[in-house]
Design a protein around this ligand. Structure first.
Ligand SMILES: [Zn+2]
Length: 85
């Protein structure tokens, strides 16, 4: 743990300084940002225990799993073709 490796499965990042799960694991900034996006899908009211379970689940997922993608933008002409076909 001396290199402070990200505790998320398949994440190669080191020198992470965000501690999660009561200090038992490090998380890199990218994964933390993704965790925040994942958090937005949680129920409005939740117990700390449920949240902990969800974070543990998150740690076992591959980076990118919970990235919320914005709407796919295409060119005006392409969009026009799609809706007039
Ligand atoms: Zn990471």
């Amino acid at each position: 743990m001396s290199v402070m490796a990200c505790g998320r499965s398949d994440c190669e990042h080191i020198m992470c300084n965000i501690l999660v799960l009561n200090g038992s694991a490090y998380l890199c900034f990218d994964c933390f940002e993704e965790l925040e996006q994942f958090k937005d899908t949680w129920p409005e009211r939740i117990s700390v225990r449920q949240a902990e379970r969800l974070v543990r689940h998150f740690m076992g997922t591959e980076p990118g799993t919970y990235l919320t993608e914005g709407p796919q933008l295409v060119s005006r002409d392409e969009a026009f073709k799609e809706v007039t076909r």
